[in-house]
Design a protein around this ligand. Structure first.
Ligand SMILES: [Ca+2]
Ligand SMILES: [Ca+2]
Ligand SMILES: [Ca+2]
Length: 337
């Protein structure tokens, strides 16, 4: 007690000295003007008062993605091939391939087990910054099997397996050979409620479900329509990943486009699907990445997702939903687009 009283007395004396010095040294301050109060006009709210101030630039922030590119990577910054655990009680991933020499393919079947995982996502990035992403459905015990489009040359493939306490990222370098960098890749992914979405790429002047001008399951999986130069196959489209259940993905690639306007459409094919099924179309064209969200696509409805103008490589995202249930027979038979 005695000690603290002395300390207080000393502090008080020091404070007085400091105040005295400050008072002596301070220049004569001008009188503080009365603040002018401007009344708020009644009933007027331009919303500016609530706007948060702009954050000052932080020099430690990473560079923003160029051109407002959408972010698809579920594990940004994790690039080293191998398994990366972030958390505790992490899923056990087998096999954990760091490198896959896939050969002369445009798609690859990935399969394995992520024991202890409750959800999973994939991400593929090509050497020209092409990107796709989506969900990996997990079976019993965390087993999975999914065919993913891969790009020409070296790919970074990420599989991210999560549970309540951990995210495990498996990064795999996947190399394809004897390939060409396709001018255009169109990919669609959807959710558990979607029962067999169907991706279509219609050439300039073409029509939905016309086998000569629409690249889809009837025309473009085991055969190819002859687009571009007649008799030349390198400029024909290909649906290299087709899927009949939930989630997808489906993928169409085309190299050597004709001048004109291509149309991307998605049908919700099976009547067993949910009316509130969601998904997206991902377009990689001429170095651009365009992501178009699709919401509540009911069975036997058609979503016109984009028009692609070539050679300008301009993509027009669209929200055009068409109810084709009155004229559905192995696909929509009405005249679209
Ligand atoms: Ca399908
Ligand atoms: Ca051709
Ligand atoms: Ca929905």
């Amino acid at each position: 007690m005695r000690r603290s009283s002395r300390t207080l007395a000393l502090a008080s004396s020091l404070l007085s000295s400091v105040l005295l010095v400050l008072a002596c040294d301070a220049p004569e301050a001008p009188p503080t003007p009365e603040p002018v109060v401007v009344p708020e006009p009644e009933g007027w709210d331009d919303g500016e008062d609530e706007a948060p101030p702009d954050d000052p630039a932080d020099p430690n922030d990473p560079e923003p993605p160029p051109d407002d590119r959408p972010v698809l990577d579920p594990a940004p910054g994790i690039e080293e091939p191998g398994v990366h655990d972030d958390g505790t009680g992490c899923p056990t991933v087998t096999p954990a391939d760091a490198l896959i020499e896939a050969g002369a393919v445009t798609a690859f079947a990935f399969a394995g087990t992520a024991s202890g995982a409750l959800a999973a996502e994939f991400y593929v990035r090509g050497r020209n910054e092409e990107e796709i992403a989506g969900e990996i459905p997990l079976g019993a015990g965390g087993s999975y099997a999914i065919t993913l489009p891969v790009f020409c040359g070296e790919n970074v493939v990420k599989r991210v397996f999560t549970n309540a306490s951990c995210a495990t990222t498996l990064v795999t370098e996947v190399v394809t050979t004897d390939c060409a960098d396709a001018d255009l890749r169109v990919t669609t992914v959807w959710d558990a409620g979607g029962a067999d979405w169907e991706l279509h790429l219609v050439k300039p002047g073409g029509a939905l479900n016309d086998n000569a001008t629409d690249c889809t399951w009837t025309s473009c999986v085991s055969t190819r329509p002859d687009w571009g130069v007649a008799g030349e196959s390198a400029d024909d489209p290909r649906k290299d990943v087709d899927w009949l259940g939930s989630f997808g993905p489906e993928n169409i690639l085309l190299d050597g486009l004709e001048a004109g306007v291509y149309t991307v459409l998605v049908e919700h094919w099976s009547s067993a699907g949910s009316a509130d099924s969601d998904g997206r179309v991902i377009i990689n064209v001429a170095g651009k990445l365009i992501v178009i969200d699709i919401e509540d696509l009911a069975p036997h409805h058609v979503w016109t997702a984009a028009r692609i103008h070539w050679p300008e490589a301009i993509v027009e995202p669209l929200v055009e939903v068409y109810d084709c249930s009155a004229n559905w027979s192995g696909g929509c038979r009405d005249a679209l687009p």
